[in-house]
Write a protein that binds this ligand. Structure first.
Ligand code: A2P
Length: 276
């Protein structure tokens, strides 16, 4: 059984470098895929209130028989809860739906700067962390500007920022900021949603050179650079393949060729104008 290496977080906890994304599974699919992924050796599972599948994810965790303590479970909350009391309620709701009594990582899903209360949400997360309800705390879709606002207000940065990141969307500026503030970078849509990216000639060439699939080459691009990646797949075979990416090394030239795809793919959502 494959196991992903771990990345140390500022909290002192450790996150597996490769995990399972669960959007857009419904409850039934999430239960099946989560149970299969855990059986295959996945130990990081990522969901969100907004995906509407936390109950199914929880069912998959229980069905797998893997002890809770071996699983790193992440969920995220919506803009309606961006207050200190609201985050507590969001935690209670997610914990109940998932059937767990703590979360490994709880994230502000989007900054929603139009609402202007993500700092209050961050203060709520700090309380939950101090009470042990959440082991590590973080954000998603935050730009360096949003990160600077919460760090200035509270003196504490997130353990993790989960952002859309793949060779089409390399996120140099965000990653430099994260590096300077001990924030782990977690890549969502790491396969570029599985479409054109996997047919790019540089990706196909690297895959052929290493005897792996294009998806494995892209996931190695993430993990070799210290990123945490959470690809989603509904197929058992591809789930297994996506976890099996630690037995080869891309060359510096291959990594540079992937980086050169930056900006050439579909546009990502803008966290200043999009969010829920
Ligand atoms: P499927 O669920 O049929 O496997 P992302 O995680 O970047 O959003 O990408 C998810 C998409 O990539 C899904 O459409 C998924 O399809 C596809 N995908 C996941 N793993 C692989 C793989 N190893 N090879 C090809 N496509 C994949």
């Amino acid at each position: 059984m494959t196991a992903a290496p771990l990345v140390s977080l500022s909290s002192g906890h450790h996150i597996p470098q490769l995990g399972l994304g669960t959007w857009p599974f419904d409850n039934a699919q999430a239960a099946d895929v989560v149970a299969t992924a855990l059986e295959l050796g996945y130990r990081l599972v990522d969901t969100a209130e907004n995906y509407g599948n936390e109950e199914g994810v929880g069912e998959g965790l229980r069905r797998s028989g893997v002890p809770r303590s071996e699983i790193f479970l992440t969920t995220k909350f919506n803009r309606a809860w961006h207050s200190v009391a609201g985050v507590r309620e969001a935690w209670e709701n997610s914990a109940r739906r998932l059937g767990v009594d703590y979360l490994d990582l709880f994230l502000i899903h989007w900054p929603n700067p139009d609402q202007g209360t993500y700092t209050e949400a961050w203060e709520g997360l700090l309380e939950l962390r101090d009470e042990g309800k959440v082991h590590s705390i973080g954000v998603s879709n935050f730009t360096p500007e949003h990160l600077g606002t919460i760090i200035e207000a509270t003196g504490v940065g997130p353990d993790v920022n989960q952002i859309q990141l793949c060779p089409y969307w390399v996120q140099h500026e965000a990653r430099a900021y994260h590096g300077a503030h001990a924030i782990a970078t977690e890549s969502y849509s790491p396969l570029g949603k599985g479409q054109d990216l996997l047919a790019e000639s540089v990706v196909v060439a690297a895959a052929e050179a290493h005897g792996v699939t294009p998806a494995q080459a892209v996931l190695r691009w993430h993990t070799q650079q210290g990123l945490v990646a959470i690809p989603k797949s509904s197929s058992r075979e591809r789930l297994a393949q996506n976890l099996d990416v630690f037995g080869f090394e891309l060359s510096a030239a291959e990594i540079a060729a992937f980086n050169a795809l930056n900006g050439s793919g579909p546009k990502a959502a803008d966290p200043n104008t999009f969010g829920h």
